[in-house]
Design a binder for this molecule. Structure first.
Ligand code: FAD
Length: 361
């Protein structure tokens, strides 16, 4: 079987490596960050994501690191309940915990950290790739899992257009037992009466909570220094007079690891492959956060691609089938994501009652 080079050790690259490892396919994974640089926000995983993870990791390991959510509760900014809906096996976990668990399934000699990969072009149908700008890399198949701003993708599809999404996020995980004890295992979301501003909170463990705010970038501005003080100020200015639970979370948070998420999407999806390079996860299809499907889609990409590689057909045929299988579902999530974005912008009085902040196909 061919030698596979995986570029990027996020959820998509690491899950691909786990599938290849389990199926005895030769691979190596290259990651530019250090092993300990695990930036900390969190993921919501719908049931399908958990099912896929169960086939590559010890799922009990994951269950000790996050929690299942029982209900989605949608409130006004002051705390009046607008709607509620039961959640079916929706799980929340921090990104660092999931990455750590996925990395455990990969032998140390098969992963190189602090190694940046560049694509220089193609020769005889094969990618000309170098490690850290000087060492050439030989591979029969290159799996590009280098994230939504994929440099490999931009080198191949140089005319693609990435556009800023109207919504950005502040995401934070805090350790605070007292606040965590006030939140049951529910997904709480508070919505400004005029729309375009929300605050979400979820409990990760008895002592940890994940919170995030979503804001319409045409109405709300954050100082672009993005220092912890600027982020705290932004949160106090816009959420200080919301429900008391929110103000106590804002005041009880440390902002050292708070993260500003500037959200972009591709104007149009590119093909999912070119010559011997195939894209998975966000590098194939950045999904806006409203879908909550980024991780699950990445897992399904790597599962599907591995199954097709195992069939042993010609590479172009394998990649074509992979694209045919995955693209239609991704297009649904993109459409749903845009609908959820429009809904977020609506005032509270126009919010539909029975929706979830998750895209289902
Ligand atoms: C605000 C926000 C909230 C989100 N919330 C959710 C959620 O609730 N649920 C959910 O399922 N998804 C969520 N997502 C999406 C999710 O983060 C991703 O879709 C998912 O993690 C898959 O990412 P990935 O592995 O493809 O890319 P990434 O996680 O971006 O990983 C890419 C990796 O490649 C490495 N890399 C990049 N370039 C190179 C290079 N040249 N050489 C070597 N290495 C390189 C990077 O260092 C990185 O480690 C959210 C996204 C956003 C923006």
């Amino acid at each position: 079987m061919s030698k596979v080079a995986i570029i990027g050790a996020g959820v998509s690259g690491l899950s691909m490596a786990n599938y290849l490892e389990k199926n005895n396919i030769d691979y190596h994974i290259y990651e530019r960050r250090t092993p300990n640089d695990l930036k900390g926000h969190g993921f919501i995983l719908p049931k399908e994501g958990i099912e896929h993870l169960s086939s590559i990791i010890n799922i009990d390991d994951l269950y000790t690191k996050g929690s299942f959510l029982k209900k989605y509760l949608h409130y006004s900014q002051g705390g009046e309940l607008i709607s509620e809906k039961d959640l079916d096996d929706v799980f929340v976990v921090s990104r660092s915990a999931l990455i750590e668990i996925l990395a455990k399934g990969i032998p140390a000699e098969k992963i190189s950290y602090e190694t940046t990969v560049a694509l220089n072009g193609f020769s005889h149908g094969k990618a000309d790739i170098t490690l850290d700008e000087n060492t050439p890399l030989e591979a029969d198949i290159v799996v590009a899992s280098d994230g939504s701003r994929s440099r490999i993708r931009r080198t191949i599809f140089e005319h693609e257009t990435m556009k800023a999404v109207l919504e950005n996020e502040v995401v934070n995980i805090i350790e605070n037992e007292e606040l965590a004890s006030q939140i049951e295992s529910n997904f709480l979301k508070f919505h400004h009466e005029n729309g375009g501003l929300t605050f979400g909170v979820l409990k990760l463990s008895p002592s940890k909570i994940l919170w995030y705010c979503q804001f319409d970038i045409s109405k709300f501005f954050i100082n672009e220094d993005y220092t912890p003080d600027c982020i705290k100020q932004f949160m106090q200015d816009h959420f200080g007079d919301w429900n008391p639970l929110i103000s106590s979370i804002i005041e009880g948070s440390s902002y050292e690891n708070a993260h500003i998420w500037r959200v972009y999407e591709l104007e149009e999806l590119n093909p999912f492959y070119h010559e011997n390079v195939v894209f998975i996860g966000d590098s194939a299809h950045p999904l806006i956060p409203f879908t909550s499907q980024g991780v699950t889609s990445a897992l399904k990409d790597s599962y599907t691609l591995t199954q097709l590689l195992l069939e042993g057909n010609n590479l172009q045929e394998t990649f074509k089938k992979y694209e045919e299988e995955r693209k239609p579902e991704i297009e649904i999530h993109i459409k749903n994501g845009r609908a959820l974005l429009n809904q977020f912008l609506l005032p509270l009085s126009e919010q539909p009652k029975n929706t979830l902040p998750i895209s289902y196909k």
